[in-house]
Design a protein around this ligand. Structure first.
Ligand SMILES: C[S@@+](CC[C@H](N)C(=O)[O-])C[C@H]1O[C@@H](n2cnc3c(N)ncnc32)[C@H](O)[C@@H]1O
Length: 338
């Protein structure tokens, strides 16, 4: 929790930074936080128990079940008052112990639309190089909101793309040198995704996505709400499947006249090493069958250091390039100059 608190501070959530520090202290002293998490002390770090817990409490506030906390959480229209937050949080945990014990078993499920900022630059680069429509295949797609990246508006310095009236708008996020000239429009021939646990866009799924956002990060919430409102206009099927099997089916034969782009953002750390290897093998085998009329690309936004790396590999050829870097929630974006 203390490790997460530092990340929350760094990533612009002083509210969660403060609450997690209080929660850590409360857990050590055997308070309600300890009771809510009893039996889970040995959960592996990668399962993100601390964020499962914060999401579970946020869910209650968003659903109108924790009015005192909702009066503080900005995501629920609250004041954001840091001093009043902990007593309200602790009282909520105490009041809903049984439900929280079961809610914390749910995995963290997010769909970070802000990552479209960096992914869009990758798609536009590939469209420009291939001069073909894009066939987009996303693994670990969650609710598929980043598969709809071209429905969003991007403006940063000289660079702009997308419908100026879009409900999702990203502004001024590119730091350092601007990207090269990129196409003003792109044809997307197909979009499809898979996820081991897709999030469906019904009311419960939408609540799930909102609940794992951090309650004082209104810009992320605004972007998510915009993307959820746009989603029905651009239906996308997200198949419930592991990435390697799904790619095996999708990449069985080269697709002529399109540039097939397999992409993923912040997924590989959740995939077992054996499946990760299988994914790479399936893509490389399909890459070996790619031709200039049926090219294949892998676009990956995955952890680097303080920022995530945006890497691309294109076949025929198969050489990997670092295109740029992006914050874990999408901002800032830095373009790599070769
Ligand atoms: C941190 S989320 C990222 C979701 C989305 N890519 C984004 O950037 O918002 C990771 C996603 O990967 C999915 N996932 C994990 N292992 C997977 C696997 N082996 N095959 C397919 N999806 C997987 C999870 O269910 C989860 O939705």
């Amino acid at each position: 929790m203390r490790w997460q608190a530092e990340w929350c501070d760094k990533l612009g959530s002083p509210l969660y930074g403060s609450l997690l520090r209080h929660a850590a202290h409360d857990a050590e002293r055997g308070g309600p936080v300890a009771a809510a998490l009893a039996g889970r002390e040995g959960d592996p770090l990668e399962s993100m128990l601390q964020l499962r817990f914060m999401g579970a409490v946020h869910r209650l506030a968003l659903a109108g079940r924790a009015p005192a906390l909702a009066r503080i959480y900005p995501s629920c229209g609250g004041s954001g008052d840091l001093r009043a937050a902990w007593p309200a949080f602790r009282a909520t945990v105490e009041e809903h112990l049984d439900e929280l014990r079961s809610l914390v078993m749910r995995p963290v499920q997010t769909n970070e639309v802000g990552r479209s900022r960096a992914l869009a630059l990758g798609f536009l680069t590939l469209a420009s190089e291939a001069a073909l429509p894009l066939r987009l295949l996303e693994v670990g797609a969650s609710a598929g909101l980043n598969l709809r990246w071209d429905a969003y508006r991007y403006e940063s310095g000289e660079y702009e793309f997308g419908d100026p009236r879009s409900r999702v708008r990203f502004r001024d996020y590119i730091e350092g040198p601007p990207p090269p000239a990129l196409p003003a429009r792109v044809d997307v021939a197909e979009r499809a995704g898979c996820d081991e646990r897709p999030v469906y866009l019904d009311e419960d799924g939408q609540l799930t996505l909102r609940s794992y956002l951090w309650a004082d990060q209104l810009e992320r919430l605004r972007v998510l709400n915009g993307a959820l409102a746009l989603a029905p206009r651009l239906p996308v099927r997200i198949e419930r499947s592991g990435a390697a099997d799904w790619l095996g089916r999708r990449l069985a034969a080269p697709a002529e006249g399109v540039c097939t782009v397999v992409f993923h953002s912040i997924v590989m750390q959740y995939v077992e090493p054996a499946e990760r290897e299988r994914i790479t093998e399936v893509i490389a085998a399909a890459g070996a069958r790619a031709t200039p009329d049926a090219p294949l690309a892998r676009l990956a936004l995955e952890p680097g250091g303080e920022l995530a790396d945006l890497r691309v590999t294109v076949w025929p050829g198969g050489e990997e390039r670092l295109l740029g870097q992006a914050g874990y929630h999408g901002e800032p974006v830095r373009w790599t100059v070769e």
